[in-house]
Design a protein around this ligand. Structure first.
Ligand SMILES: *Cc1c(COP(=O)(O)O)cnc(C)c1O
Length: 399
């Protein structure tokens, strides 16, 4: 069991994390670190964040007992933390509003962000419009094609979407481009990162804003059941919705954490996005963590049916949880995720995003082997509107 819930002074969770960045960004990261330390200790700032969580995001999101789902599969009870009901339709808005407030406090008016599926881009666009900040979102050309509705939403909210044509034209290339912009415009620009990745202090900052998910879950489950849950299950892309749920339960050793990665077309095919389940430690986007690399140490192409999980790296805190066995990690294939997707649509009348559909599939498998008095909380990280085209056209799912 790990004993550290926070990174050390150099930004490491055990052997993972750190700041592997160009020299020109060092002072910007130092300033971000001290500005965040002040904001974290400032009750006014915390109250501003809590207020926007309530009035703008619509928090607290419900903890919904999925009784029809549980009746269908048998075994343990499954509770859904309904992040799909948060403003803009996913958990990403918690972090976007938090960092938007931080940027404002630091006097930065130009915000840059990267986006894959477009969910973080939409969340950043929304937070920036509301807070009166300029926003530029870098997005791979392939993702712009796959996620057209989110591109329109960003533009409607006044964000400039900059297409990225390098590499595989997806999320990792968009991050590279955002880092390049930050290096050239560091003086007036705030980089609003979308997950618990990147150099210290980003993984800690994003986690702290997303921890609202776990804090509410803890209160809600105690109020309804007078006990803590047995399992927390969440999908892992960069790792923010899962760490947000897990972190407030860190010291509750009886609560087991399970992170669900994307096994894509199957781990054995190599076409997946599961660095914790089948990767090696290395350095990407400013931090040391588990990664998917080829025999030459180059970053590998990844595949997942869900754009939000299609990333070759993962947040350093998860790598630490893995090595210390605080959490366990499994991988679920595209086809299994589609099964989870269909199961939730039919039993509960909820259309989940394809990312949490991975977690739903695993939780359903887990529940059947457990007695009825056990509680499993699944983070329903987002709603599925954005994925309908993929599910129906690309995956050919019968309706
Ligand atoms: C972006 C996204 C994810 C994956 O990102 P994490 O940082 O791992 O949470 C998962 N679910 C939804 C709905 C997303 O939009």
């Amino acid at each position: 069991m790990p004993t550290r819930a926070n990174p050390d002074s150099r930004g490491y969770f055990g052997q993972y994390g750190g700041k592997f960045i160009p020299e020109t960004l060092m002072s910007a990261l130092d300033k971000l670190e001290s500005a965040y330390a002040e904001a974290r200790a400032d009750t006014d700032f915390q109250q501003q964040f809590k207020r926007l969580c309530r009035k703008y995001i619509g928090r607290p999101t419900p903890l919904y007992p999925a009784q029809q789902l549980s009746a269908e599969i048998g075994g343990a009870a499954i509770l859904l933390k309904r992040e799909d009901l948060a403003h803009t339709g996913a958990h990403k808005i918690n972090n976007a509003v938090g960092q938007g407030l931080l940027a404002k406090r630091m006097g930065k008016k130009r915000i840059i962000a990267e986006t894959g599926a477009g969910q973080h881009g939409v969340a950043a666009a929304s937070a920036c419009a509301m807070l009166g900040l300029e926003c530029i979102a870098y997005m791979g050309e392939e993702d712009i094609r796959r996620q057209a509705p989110n591109v329109h939403r960003m533009k409607l909210m006044g964000t400039e979407v900059r297409p990225v044509s390098s590499g595989s034209r997806t999320l990792k290339d968009a991050i590279n481009e955002a880092i390049r912009d930050w290096v050239s415009n560091v003086r007036n620009t705030y980089y609003l990162l979308g997950s618990v990745v990147g150099p210290h202090p980003y993984p800690m900052i994003v986690r702290d804003f997303q921890a609202i998910i776990g804090q509410e879950t803890r209160e809600q489950v105690l109020a309804a059941y007078h006990r803590l849950p047995d399992y927390l299950v969440a999908c892992v892309g960069g790792g923010s919705n899962s760490i947000g749920l897990f972190h407030p339960f860190f010291s509750d050793k009886q609560v087991k954490f399970i992170g669900v990665e994307a096994a894509g077309r199957g781990l054995e095919t190599g076409q997946h996005a599961a660095p914790l389940t089948s990767g090696e430690p290395g350095v990407l986007h400013g931090a040391r963590s588990y990664l998917l690399t080829d025999d030459h140490g180059q970053i590998r192409e990844t595949h997942s049916i869900s754009a939000g999980l299609d990333y070759p790296g993962v947040g350093p805190e998860h790598s630490y949880y893995k090595d210390t066995e605080r959490a366990s990690y499994v991988a679920v294939t595209d086809n299994q995720a589609l099964e989870g997707f269909r199961l939730l649509c039919h039993t509960e009348g909820i259309v989940p995003a394809l990312e949490p559909a991975h977690a739903i599939y695993h939780a359903a498998r887990l529940a059947t082997d457990l007695p009825a008095d056990r509680l499993i909380v699944v983070n329903l990280s987002g709603r599925g509107d954005k994925d309908l085209e993929t599910v129906i056209k690309e995956a050919g799912m019968k309706l």
